[in-house]
Unconditional design. Sequence first.
Length: 82
Amino acid sequence: MSEVEVTFQLHTILQVQTPNGRITALRHRMVNGQSIEDALQDLGIQISPEETLIVVNRQNVGVDYQPKDGDVIHLIPAIAGG
């Protein structure tokens, strides 16, 4: 089985504050053919697909998208303000 390495860019509320600073991106190795949903489960990241924009190479994709090696996956939660 071949692997691909991707980077998840975490936006706004998905970023994690740690004692060593804010985590805004995560690199992840996954088996070729796995979906974004599979990778998020591996990483322990929970998103609502209806409330999160997933963008790869300037294209909106769904959680079933199978990333290619080197893809940068932006997870952008919807934000409401007033």
